[in-house]
Design a protein around this ligand. Structure first.
Ligand code: DSN
Length: 423
C-alpha cells in the first residue's frame, strides 16, 4: 500500500519548522523524549476517572504514568493540588468555570483587545455565552494594567470570579493586588499563566500560587511540553459557594475542580499526552531548563531593544517575560500585512490587536513576537539584533517579493546549523 500522503505533509511541516524563524509567542519545540511519549501506545488506552478510581480495567500502568505527572507538577510549582488531564488551556479554564460558577453568574477578565484571552469572557467563547462578563484594561499611557480602574470595575460589577493572566501582555502581574480586590468583594481569583508558566516555575516572574485560589496553564508554550492544559492550587480549600454533596457536605475545591474536568467537560484523558507532560515537567526541573528559560527572557529583552532601535513602538515600552506587542501605527503597515510579508520571508508571528486599537481583529495594528521557540533553537542576544534587522527589512519592503525572498534566504542561513530541539 502506498504511504499515506499525510506523512509527506508531516515532512513538509518539519521542513517549514526547521528552516524558518518561529516567533509565535505561544509556540515551542518539544524534546525527542516528549515527542516519543506523545507518540506512544498510551494513546490506545481509555482511562476515564483518576488514578486508582477509573471506570475501565487495565489502568495499572496508566495510573503510574498519571501519578508521576501529578507528583512532578506539584514539585515544579510547589502546589498542593494539580490536575493534569485538561486537553488544553481552554478546557482547563472551562473546567474551572464549571466548578466555581453557575450559568449566568459573573466573571471579570482582561479585555481581549488589551492582551486578555478569548476564554476569559469574550462574547464569542463559551465563557462569554454562558456567564455574565465584565473587563479591565491597561492604562493608555503606560500600557500596563490599570489596577485601580480594575478595582473600581470589580466594586461596581461584583464578579464572583476574577481572572488575571493574559496572552499578549509583556509585564509581570501583581497577583497580590488582584487578591486584595478579590477579597474586598468576596470573589475567587484565578490566574491563567498559559504564557509565562515556565518563567514562573523557575522564579523569573512573580508566583501566583500563594495569592490566587486557582491557577490554570497550558503546557506547550514556555513550559515546552506537549499541547495540553493543567489546573493547580497552592492550597486546597473548602468551596465557599455552597456547592454541597447530595448528603449536604461541603466539598473541597479540589473535588469540584476534578469533577469540573471529568465528568464535567471531558471524557477519557489523553494519557499519551499526560506522559509527555510528565517528561516535560521533569525536564523543567533541571538546571538545563533553568538556563534555557533565563535565556528566553534575556532574548526577549534584547529583541525588544533591537526593535526599538529600528523605531518600533513596544506596548508598555519593553518586556519582563518572553513576548512583546509591537504597535505598527507609526510604520505605515498593519498587523495583517506585517504577518503576511514576514511569512514570505520565513518569519512566523501573529497579527495582534493593540490596546485602544482602531482596526478589527482581522486586520489589527500590531504584531506579537516571542522568544521561546528561537531560544530552544539555541539563538542568543546577539542573534536578536540580526532578527530585528531581518524583520525591519521585510516590513519596510512589504510589497517587494524580491527583497522578501532575499530576507527569507538570510533566515534559512541563520537557521541552517540549528537542528530542532534534542534534549
Ligand atoms: N493560542 C494562544 C496564543 O497564541 O496566545 C491563545 O490561545
Amino acid at each position: 500500500m502506498a504511504r499515506d500522503i499525510i506523512f509527506d505533509l508531516i515532512e513538509d511541516e518539519r521542513e517549514r519548522q526547521t528552516v524558518g524563524l518561529e516567533l509565535i509567542a505561544s509556540e515551542n519545540y518539544v524534546s525527542d523524549d516528549v515527542m516519543e511519549a506523545v507518540g506512544s501506545i498510551l494513546t490506545n488506552k481509555y482511562a476515564e476517572g483518576y488514578p486508582q478510581k477509573r471506570y475501565y480495567g487495565g489502568c495499572e500502568v496508566i495510573d503510574e504514568v498519571e501519578t508521576l505527572a501529578i507528583e512532578r507538577l506539584k514539585h515544579l510549582f510547589n502546589a498542593e493540588y494539580v490536575n493534569v488531564q485538561p486537553h488544553s488551556g481552554s478546557q482547563a479554564n472551562a473546567s474551572v468555570y464549571l466548578a466555581v460558577l453557575k450559568p449566568g453568574e459573573k466573571m471579570m477578565g482582561m479585555d481581549l483587545s488589551h492582551g486578555g484571552h478569548l476564554t476569559h469572557g469574550s462574547p464569542v467563547s463559551a465563557s462569554g455565552l454562558l456567564y455574565q462578563t465584565c473587563f479591565y484594561q491597561v492604562e493608555r499611557e503606560s500600557g500596563r494594567i490599570d489596577y485601580e480602574a480594575m478595582r473600581q470595575t470589580a466594586l461596581k460589577e461584583r464578579p464572583k470570579l476574577i481572572i488575571c493572566g493574559a496572552s499578549a501582555y509583556s509585564r509581570d502581574i501583581d497577583y497580590k493586588k488582584f487578591r486584595e480586590v478579590a477579597d474586598e468583594i468576596g470573589a475567587l481569583l484565578m490566574a491563567d499563566i498559559a504564557h509565562p508558566a515556565g518563567l514562573i516555575a523557575r522564579g523569573i516572574l512573580s508566583d501566583p500560587l500563594p495569592h490566587c485560589h486557582i491557577v490554570t496553564s497550558t503546557t506547550h508554550k514556555t513550559l515546552r511540553g506537549p499541547r495540553g492544559g493543567i489546573i493547580m492550587m497552592g492550597k486546597d480549600f473548602e468551596n465557599p459557594w455552597g456547592h454541597k454533596t447530595p448528603k449536604g457536605e461541603i466539598k473541597m475545591m479540589s473535588n469540584l475542580l476534578n469533577m469540573g474536568v471529568f465528568p464535567g467537560t471531558q471524557g477519557g484523558p489523553l494519557e499519551h499526552v499526560i506522559a509527555g507532560k510528565a517528561v516535560a515537567f521533569e525536564e523543567a526541573l533541571s538546571d538545563k531548563y533553568f538556563d534555557y528559560i533565563l535565556q528566553v527572557s534575556k532574548n526577549a529583552k534584547a529583541l525588544a531593544n533591537a526593535m526599538v532601535s529600528h523605531g518600533y513602538q513596544i506596548i508598555s515600552g519593553g518586556t519582563d517575560n518572553h513576548l512583546m506587542l509591537i504597535d505598527l501605527r507609526n510604520k505605515d503597515i498593519n498587523g495583517k500585512e506585517a504577518e503576511n510579508c514576514l511569512v514570505k520571508a520565513h518569519i512566523t508571528c501573529n497579527k495582534n490587536m493593540v490596546p485602544f486599537d482602531d482596526k478589527s481583529p482581522f486586520t489589527t495594528s500590531g504584531i506579537r513576537l516571542g522568544t521561546p521557540a528561537i531560544t530552544t533553537r539555541g539563538l542568543k542576544e546577539k542573534d536578536m539584533e540580526t532578527i530585528a534587522d531581518l524583520i525591519d527589512e521585510a516590513l519596510m519592503n512589504k510589497d517587494n517579493d524580491t527583497v522578501l525572498e532575499a530576507v527569507g534566504k538570510k533566515v534559512n542561513d541563520l537557521m541552517s546549523d540549528r537542528p530542532l530541539f534534542k534534549w
